[in-house]
Design a protein around this ligand. Sequence first.
Ligand code: ZN
Length: 236
Amino acid sequence: MKYFDELTMIEFDDYMKKTTPPVVVVPIGAVEEHGAHLPLGTDTFQPLYVIEKLAERMDILVAPPVYYGLCNSTRNFPGTISIRFETLYNLVLDILKELVRHGAKRIVVLSGHAGRPHMAALKEAAQDVVRAEPELKLMVLSDYDIVYELCGQEFEPDDGHAGDIETSRIMAIRPELVKGSGERSKPEFPPFRILAHPEKYFPSGIMGDPSAANAQKGIKLNDYVVDQLERLLSDF
Ligand SMILES: [Zn+2]
């Protein structure tokens, strides 16, 4: 595994000119409130961690992360820095085009933040790149596309933002940044409404039950994400 920005231009060039150039992974995060108990970088720490673990198992090239994302429902909480759809779309579009220009044949965009408009911006950018480069293999997913498969099985069906799963994962990754246990909150939003102040419906900034979280669960969850990513990339 190589971190893209630790290579010289010569090393980078050699790497990309291999008969089979490595899969390039682009980590995407967010700067977003995660309750009173988790850090603002929660959605960045998770993909960076699983990518590091994945890189111990397979040869990948890790691009410098995008630390910002689009956060609608949490935007008015302290610390959330949300970028616009067009900004995220254009940023990711440019990064993907540049990677292709430098010889990338297989690219994975992995986001720790899983909000719908955020993921839509990533997917639209990827779609436009693939239309121009039909031979390119390109994947866009969130680690939450993987872990939410476990909702309704080992976790409550509606576990979500800063809930049991996410809190457990951060307890395993950055325990020193977890402040207390967080309180259970299962907000109900009025159907179909577009809200200026969605935070009124979940003043704690939590959608789930972080009080059920622990580091052991987090270790299992993170391993599960790495296993599933390895499986996805093994025949990519
Ligand atoms: Zn999150």
